[in-house]
Design a protein around this ligand. Structure first.
Ligand code: NDP
Length: 319
Protein backbone atom coordinates (compact mmCIF):
# COMPACT_ATOMS: atom_id res chain seq x y z
CA UNK A 1 0.00 0.00 0.00
CA UNK A 2 3.09 2.22 -0.13
CA UNK A 3 2.03 4.05 -3.29
CA UNK A 4 -1.12 5.44 -1.63
CA UNK A 5 -1.01 9.22 -1.36
CA UNK A 6 -2.33 10.74 1.85
CA UNK A 7 -4.68 13.65 1.21
CA UNK A 8 -6.99 15.72 3.36
CA UNK A 9 -10.50 15.20 2.10
CA UNK A 10 -13.48 16.59 3.97
CA UNK A 11 -16.65 14.57 4.59
CA UNK A 12 -20.37 15.18 4.58
CA UNK A 13 -22.58 13.29 7.01
CA UNK A 14 -25.50 11.44 5.47
CA UNK A 15 -28.54 13.15 7.07
CA UNK A 16 -30.08 11.31 10.01
CA UNK A 17 -27.10 8.95 10.29
CA UNK A 18 -23.51 9.01 11.48
CA UNK A 19 -22.26 7.83 8.12
CA UNK A 20 -19.45 9.94 6.67
CA UNK A 21 -19.23 10.30 2.92
CA UNK A 22 -16.06 11.71 1.29
CA UNK A 23 -17.06 15.16 0.05
CA UNK A 24 -15.83 14.62 -3.50
CA UNK A 25 -16.58 11.48 -5.51
CA UNK A 26 -14.94 9.82 -8.52
CA UNK A 27 -17.40 8.91 -11.28
CA UNK A 28 -17.21 5.97 -13.66
CA UNK A 29 -20.15 6.86 -15.89
CA UNK A 30 -18.47 9.45 -18.06
CA UNK A 31 -16.32 6.99 -19.96
CA UNK A 32 -18.76 4.09 -19.98
CA UNK A 33 -19.62 2.67 -23.37
CA UNK A 34 -23.11 1.45 -24.18
CA UNK A 35 -23.83 -1.28 -26.63
CA UNK A 36 -27.04 -1.40 -28.61
CA UNK A 37 -27.06 -5.14 -28.07
CA UNK A 38 -27.59 -4.84 -24.35
CA UNK A 39 -25.93 -5.32 -21.03
CA UNK A 40 -24.06 -8.61 -21.55
CA UNK A 41 -22.61 -7.33 -24.76
CA UNK A 42 -21.73 -4.01 -23.10
CA UNK A 43 -19.90 -5.74 -20.32
CA UNK A 44 -17.82 -7.76 -22.75
CA UNK A 45 -17.31 -4.69 -24.87
CA UNK A 46 -16.16 -2.46 -22.00
CA UNK A 47 -13.97 -4.99 -20.34
CA UNK A 48 -10.99 -3.11 -21.53
CA UNK A 49 -9.17 -2.21 -18.46
CA UNK A 50 -8.21 1.46 -18.87
CA UNK A 51 -11.17 2.39 -16.72
CA UNK A 52 -10.02 -0.03 -14.01
CA UNK A 53 -6.62 1.63 -14.19
CA UNK A 54 -8.25 5.05 -13.88
CA UNK A 55 -10.17 3.88 -10.80
CA UNK A 56 -6.98 2.44 -9.30
CA UNK A 57 -5.12 5.68 -9.99
CA UNK A 58 -7.92 7.76 -8.46
CA UNK A 59 -7.88 5.62 -5.31
CA UNK A 60 -4.08 5.71 -5.06
CA UNK A 61 -4.13 9.51 -5.35
CA UNK A 62 -6.71 9.75 -2.54
CA UNK A 63 -10.27 9.25 -3.78
CA UNK A 64 -12.25 6.98 -1.45
CA UNK A 65 -15.69 7.62 -2.94
CA UNK A 66 -16.49 5.83 -6.19
CA UNK A 67 -19.70 6.32 -8.16
CA UNK A 68 -20.95 3.60 -10.48
CA UNK A 69 -24.30 2.42 -11.84
CA UNK A 70 -25.83 -0.68 -13.35
CA UNK A 71 -26.36 1.05 -16.67
CA UNK A 72 -22.73 2.16 -16.98
CA UNK A 73 -21.66 -1.51 -17.01
CA UNK A 74 -18.58 -0.44 -15.06
CA UNK A 75 -18.97 -2.67 -11.97
CA UNK A 76 -16.33 -5.08 -13.18
CA UNK A 77 -13.82 -2.33 -13.86
CA UNK A 78 -14.55 -0.79 -10.46
CA UNK A 79 -13.94 -4.14 -8.75
CA UNK A 80 -10.73 -4.59 -10.68
CA UNK A 81 -9.58 -1.03 -9.97
CA UNK A 82 -10.14 -1.52 -6.25
CA UNK A 83 -8.04 -4.70 -6.34
CA UNK A 84 -5.26 -2.90 -8.20
CA UNK A 85 -5.27 -0.06 -5.67
CA UNK A 86 -5.29 -2.51 -2.76
CA UNK A 87 -7.27 -0.40 -0.29
CA UNK A 88 -9.36 -2.16 2.38
CA UNK A 89 -13.07 -2.23 1.52
CA UNK A 90 -14.06 -0.46 4.73
CA UNK A 91 -12.06 2.61 3.67
CA UNK A 92 -14.06 2.99 0.47
CA UNK A 93 -17.51 4.44 -0.15
CA UNK A 94 -19.21 2.88 -3.18
CA UNK A 95 -22.39 4.25 -4.73
CA UNK A 96 -24.41 2.24 -7.23
CA UNK A 97 -27.76 2.73 -8.98
CA UNK A 98 -30.71 0.74 -10.27
CA UNK A 99 -31.57 1.56 -13.86
CA UNK A 100 -35.24 1.64 -14.88
CA UNK A 101 -33.95 1.81 -18.48
CA UNK A 102 -33.45 4.82 -20.70
CA UNK A 103 -33.61 6.03 -24.27
CA UNK A 104 -31.03 8.20 -25.96
CA UNK A 105 -31.80 9.73 -29.34
CA UNK A 106 -28.33 11.24 -29.47
CA UNK A 107 -26.71 7.83 -29.05
CA UNK A 108 -29.49 6.03 -30.88
CA UNK A 109 -30.01 3.46 -28.16
CA UNK A 110 -32.82 2.10 -26.04
CA UNK A 111 -31.67 0.33 -22.89
CA UNK A 112 -34.23 -1.69 -20.95
CA UNK A 113 -34.09 -2.35 -17.21
CA UNK A 114 -31.67 -5.21 -16.71
CA UNK A 115 -33.69 -6.99 -14.04
CA UNK A 116 -37.21 -7.12 -12.62
CA UNK A 117 -36.28 -4.51 -10.00
CA UNK A 118 -33.65 -3.07 -7.66
CA UNK A 119 -33.51 -6.02 -5.26
CA UNK A 120 -32.44 -8.38 -8.04
CA UNK A 121 -30.11 -5.73 -9.47
CA UNK A 122 -28.40 -5.33 -6.11
CA UNK A 123 -27.75 -9.08 -5.92
CA UNK A 124 -26.11 -8.97 -9.36
CA UNK A 125 -24.16 -5.81 -8.46
CA UNK A 126 -22.72 -7.37 -5.29
CA UNK A 127 -21.30 -10.20 -7.37
CA UNK A 128 -19.94 -7.93 -10.09
CA UNK A 129 -18.46 -5.49 -7.59
CA UNK A 130 -17.08 -8.40 -5.55
CA UNK A 131 -18.32 -6.87 -2.33
CA UNK A 132 -20.69 -7.82 0.47
CA UNK A 133 -22.41 -4.44 0.68
CA UNK A 134 -22.92 -1.22 -1.24
CA UNK A 135 -22.56 2.00 0.78
CA UNK A 136 -25.22 3.97 -1.09
CA UNK A 137 -27.79 2.66 -3.55
CA UNK A 138 -29.92 4.99 -5.69
CA UNK A 139 -32.77 4.67 -8.15
CA UNK A 140 -31.10 6.16 -11.24
CA UNK A 141 -34.09 8.13 -12.49
CA UNK A 142 -37.78 8.76 -12.04
CA UNK A 143 -38.49 7.81 -15.64
CA UNK A 144 -40.21 4.46 -15.32
CA UNK A 145 -41.87 3.37 -18.59
CA UNK A 146 -43.67 0.04 -18.92
CA UNK A 147 -41.87 -0.77 -22.16
CA UNK A 148 -38.47 -0.23 -20.52
CA UNK A 149 -39.02 -0.91 -16.84
CA UNK A 150 -41.79 -3.51 -16.95
CA UNK A 151 -44.62 -3.44 -14.49
CA UNK A 152 -42.72 -1.76 -11.63
CA UNK A 153 -43.80 1.43 -9.91
CA UNK A 154 -41.46 3.95 -8.32
CA UNK A 155 -42.90 3.21 -4.88
CA UNK A 156 -42.50 -0.57 -5.33
CA UNK A 157 -38.92 0.03 -6.38
CA UNK A 158 -38.38 2.07 -3.21
CA UNK A 159 -39.77 -0.79 -1.09
CA UNK A 160 -37.17 -3.07 -2.67
CA UNK A 161 -34.40 -0.63 -1.68
CA UNK A 162 -35.73 -0.61 1.87
CA UNK A 163 -35.71 -4.41 1.95
CA UNK A 164 -32.10 -4.46 0.71
CA UNK A 165 -31.09 -1.95 3.39
CA UNK A 166 -32.81 -3.96 6.13
CA UNK A 167 -30.95 -7.05 4.97
CA UNK A 168 -27.62 -5.17 5.03
CA UNK A 169 -27.00 -5.51 1.29
CA UNK A 170 -26.91 -1.73 0.99
CA UNK A 171 -26.22 0.70 3.81
CA UNK A 172 -27.95 3.87 2.64
CA UNK A 173 -30.58 4.52 0.00
CA UNK A 174 -31.51 7.47 -2.16
CA UNK A 175 -32.55 8.80 -5.54
CA UNK A 176 -31.11 10.32 -8.68
CA UNK A 177 -32.81 12.55 -11.26
CA UNK A 178 -36.03 12.83 -9.25
CA UNK A 179 -38.14 15.97 -8.98
CA UNK A 180 -39.98 17.11 -5.87
CA UNK A 181 -43.31 15.58 -6.94
CA UNK A 182 -41.82 12.09 -7.30
CA UNK A 183 -39.74 12.42 -4.14
CA UNK A 184 -42.94 13.40 -2.31
CA UNK A 185 -44.62 10.19 -3.55
CA UNK A 186 -41.79 8.21 -2.02
CA UNK A 187 -41.81 10.20 1.22
CA UNK A 188 -45.50 9.32 1.64
CA UNK A 189 -44.85 5.56 1.72
CA UNK A 190 -41.24 5.47 2.99
CA UNK A 191 -40.32 3.56 6.09
CA UNK A 192 -36.72 4.59 5.40
CA UNK A 193 -36.55 8.05 3.86
CA UNK A 194 -34.29 8.90 0.89
CA UNK A 195 -31.08 10.41 2.28
CA UNK A 196 -29.26 11.43 -0.90
CA UNK A 197 -30.30 12.89 -4.25
CA UNK A 198 -27.87 12.84 -7.20
CA UNK A 199 -28.67 15.38 -9.93
CA UNK A 200 -27.00 17.50 -12.59
CA UNK A 201 -25.81 20.67 -10.88
CA UNK A 202 -23.50 23.46 -11.99
CA UNK A 203 -23.78 27.25 -12.37
CA UNK A 204 -25.72 26.88 -15.64
CA UNK A 205 -28.23 24.46 -14.07
CA UNK A 206 -28.67 25.38 -10.41
CA UNK A 207 -32.00 23.53 -10.24
CA UNK A 208 -32.40 20.43 -12.39
CA UNK A 209 -36.13 20.67 -11.72
CA UNK A 210 -38.11 23.46 -10.14
CA UNK A 211 -37.13 24.25 -6.55
CA UNK A 212 -35.29 20.95 -6.12
CA UNK A 213 -32.34 22.20 -4.07
CA UNK A 214 -34.51 23.99 -1.53
CA UNK A 215 -36.86 20.97 -1.36
CA UNK A 216 -33.93 18.61 -0.71
CA UNK A 217 -32.67 20.86 2.10
CA UNK A 218 -36.10 21.04 3.71
CA UNK A 219 -36.38 17.26 3.62
CA UNK A 220 -32.91 16.54 4.97
CA UNK A 221 -31.61 15.09 1.74
CA UNK A 222 -27.95 15.52 0.81
CA UNK A 223 -27.54 16.61 -2.81
CA UNK A 224 -24.76 15.22 -5.01
CA UNK A 225 -23.80 17.15 -8.16
CA UNK A 226 -22.89 15.43 -11.39
CA UNK A 227 -21.57 17.50 -14.29
CA UNK A 228 -19.92 20.09 -12.01
CA UNK A 229 -17.27 20.94 -14.62
CA UNK A 230 -19.81 21.55 -17.39
CA UNK A 231 -18.76 25.22 -17.91
CA UNK A 232 -15.27 24.03 -18.85
CA UNK A 233 -16.13 21.72 -21.70
CA UNK A 234 -19.84 21.04 -22.28
CA UNK A 235 -20.77 24.73 -22.29
CA UNK A 236 -17.49 26.53 -22.94
CA UNK A 237 -19.40 29.35 -24.65
CA UNK A 238 -21.05 30.42 -21.38
CA UNK A 239 -20.25 33.69 -19.55
CA UNK A 240 -18.15 32.04 -16.83
CA UNK A 241 -15.37 31.81 -19.41
CA UNK A 242 -14.78 35.51 -18.67
CA UNK A 243 -14.90 35.12 -14.88
CA UNK A 244 -13.03 31.91 -14.05
CA UNK A 245 -9.59 32.99 -15.36
CA UNK A 246 -9.63 35.98 -12.97
CA UNK A 247 -10.51 33.71 -10.05
CA UNK A 248 -7.72 31.26 -10.90
CA UNK A 249 -5.27 34.13 -10.60
CA UNK A 250 -6.71 35.32 -7.31
CA UNK A 251 -6.76 31.89 -5.62
CA UNK A 252 -3.87 30.17 -7.40
CA UNK A 253 -6.21 27.27 -8.23
CA UNK A 254 -7.44 25.84 -11.54
CA UNK A 255 -10.82 26.62 -13.06
CA UNK A 256 -11.88 23.06 -12.26
CA UNK A 257 -10.93 23.49 -8.60
CA UNK A 258 -12.86 26.77 -8.38
CA UNK A 259 -15.97 25.12 -9.82
CA UNK A 260 -15.75 22.03 -7.58
CA UNK A 261 -15.13 24.21 -4.53
CA UNK A 262 -18.13 26.39 -5.43
CA UNK A 263 -20.35 23.28 -5.40
CA UNK A 264 -18.95 22.11 -2.05
CA UNK A 265 -19.46 25.54 -0.47
CA UNK A 266 -23.16 25.30 -1.30
CA UNK A 267 -23.38 22.16 0.85
CA UNK A 268 -23.52 19.96 -2.26
CA UNK A 269 -21.22 17.02 -2.92
CA UNK A 270 -19.42 17.23 -6.30
CA UNK A 271 -18.91 14.09 -8.39
CA UNK A 272 -16.25 14.44 -11.00
CA UNK A 273 -13.82 12.24 -12.88
CA UNK A 274 -10.61 12.34 -14.85
CA UNK A 275 -8.04 10.01 -16.35
CA UNK A 276 -5.41 12.65 -15.89
CA UNK A 277 -3.27 12.38 -12.75
CA UNK A 278 -2.86 16.14 -12.33
CA UNK A 279 -6.62 16.71 -12.62
CA UNK A 280 -7.29 13.89 -10.18
CA UNK A 281 -4.93 15.55 -7.69
CA UNK A 282 -6.57 18.93 -8.35
CA UNK A 283 -10.04 17.55 -7.68
CA UNK A 284 -8.88 16.21 -4.33
CA UNK A 285 -7.25 19.53 -3.45
CA UNK A 286 -10.38 21.64 -3.03
CA UNK A 287 -10.41 21.63 0.77
CA UNK A 288 -7.33 23.81 1.32
CA UNK A 289 -8.90 27.12 0.24
CA UNK A 290 -12.16 29.00 0.55
CA UNK A 291 -13.92 31.28 -1.90
CA UNK A 292 -14.82 34.76 -0.67
CA UNK A 293 -18.57 35.22 -0.48
CA UNK A 294 -18.46 37.84 -3.25
CA UNK A 295 -16.74 35.35 -5.59
CA UNK A 296 -19.20 32.54 -4.87
CA UNK A 297 -22.02 35.05 -5.49
CA UNK A 298 -20.34 36.14 -8.73
CA UNK A 299 -20.13 32.52 -9.97
CA UNK A 300 -23.81 31.98 -9.14
CA UNK A 301 -24.95 35.26 -10.64
CA UNK A 302 -22.90 34.86 -13.84
CA UNK A 303 -24.12 31.26 -14.13
CA UNK A 304 -27.73 32.36 -13.83
CA UNK A 305 -27.37 34.42 -17.03
CA UNK A 306 -26.94 31.28 -19.16
CA UNK A 307 -28.82 27.99 -19.29
CA UNK A 308 -27.33 24.63 -20.15
CA UNK A 309 -28.52 21.09 -19.44
CA UNK A 310 -26.20 18.25 -20.42
CA UNK A 311 -28.31 15.25 -19.37
CA UNK A 312 -32.00 14.34 -19.54
CA UNK A 313 -32.28 17.28 -21.92
CA UNK A 314 -35.96 17.91 -21.52
CA UNK A 315 -36.09 16.20 -18.15
CA UNK A 316 -38.69 13.80 -19.49
CA UNK A 317 -36.61 10.66 -19.47
CA UNK A 318 -34.97 11.14 -22.84
CA UNK A 319 -31.28 11.31 -22.11
P1 NDP B 1 -17.53 16.49 -14.65
O1 NDP B 1 -18.45 17.60 -15.03
O2 NDP B 1 -16.63 16.71 -13.50
O3 NDP B 1 -16.71 16.14 -15.94
C1 NDP B 1 -15.66 15.21 -15.92
C2 NDP B 1 -14.97 15.29 -17.28
O4 NDP B 1 -14.32 16.54 -17.35
C3 NDP B 1 -13.94 14.24 -17.50
O5 NDP B 1 -14.22 13.59 -18.72
C4 NDP B 1 -12.61 15.01 -17.59
O6 NDP B 1 -11.82 14.48 -18.63
C5 NDP B 1 -13.07 16.39 -17.96
N1 NDP B 1 -12.26 17.45 -17.39
C6 NDP B 1 -11.71 17.52 -16.17
N2 NDP B 1 -11.08 18.70 -15.98
C7 NDP B 1 -11.25 19.38 -17.13
C8 NDP B 1 -10.81 20.64 -17.58
N3 NDP B 1 -10.09 21.46 -16.81
N4 NDP B 1 -11.15 21.01 -18.83
C9 NDP B 1 -11.86 20.20 -19.63
N5 NDP B 1 -12.29 18.99 -19.26
C10 NDP B 1 -11.99 18.59 -18.04
O7 NDP B 1 -18.33 15.19 -14.29
P2 NDP B 1 -19.27 14.23 -15.16
O8 NDP B 1 -20.40 14.95 -15.74
O9 NDP B 1 -18.42 13.48 -16.08
O10 NDP B 1 -19.87 13.28 -14.06
C11 NDP B 1 -19.11 12.69 -13.01
C12 NDP B 1 -19.78 11.39 -12.61
O11 NDP B 1 -21.13 11.63 -12.19
C13 NDP B 1 -19.94 10.37 -13.75
O12 NDP B 1 -18.76 9.69 -14.05
C14 NDP B 1 -21.00 9.50 -13.16
O13 NDP B 1 -20.44 8.58 -12.24
C15 NDP B 1 -21.92 10.50 -12.47
N6 NDP B 1 -23.04 10.88 -13.34
C16 NDP B 1 -24.32 10.54 -12.94
C17 NDP B 1 -25.40 10.79 -13.74
C18 NDP B 1 -26.76 10.39 -13.27
O14 NDP B 1 -27.71 10.38 -14.10
N7 NDP B 1 -26.95 10.05 -12.01
C19 NDP B 1 -25.27 11.44 -15.06
C20 NDP B 1 -23.90 11.84 -15.35
C21 NDP B 1 -22.86 11.56 -14.52
P3 NDP B 1 -10.23 14.14 -18.48
O15 NDP B 1 -10.15 12.66 -18.23
O16 NDP B 1 -9.68 14.52 -19.79
O17 NDP B 1 -9.68 14.97 -17.36
Amino acid sequence: MSDLKQVNVEYFTIPGTEVKIPAVGYGTGTKAQWSKKGREESIRHTLHLPLAEDVALAIKRGFRHIDTAETYTTHIEVAHGIKLADVPRDQLFITDKFSPGFKSKARNIVVKAHTSGPYESIKVALKELETEYIDLYLIHSQFFHDELTGNLSITDAWKQLERAQKEGLVRNIGLSNFDKENISEILKIAEIKPKVLQIEFHPYLPNQSEGIIEFAKQNDILVEAYGPLTPLFRAKEGPLAQVLPKLTEKYGKTEGQILLRSVYEQGILPLTTSSNEQRIDDALDIFSFKLDKEDLDLIKKTGSEFKFRGFFKTFDGEE
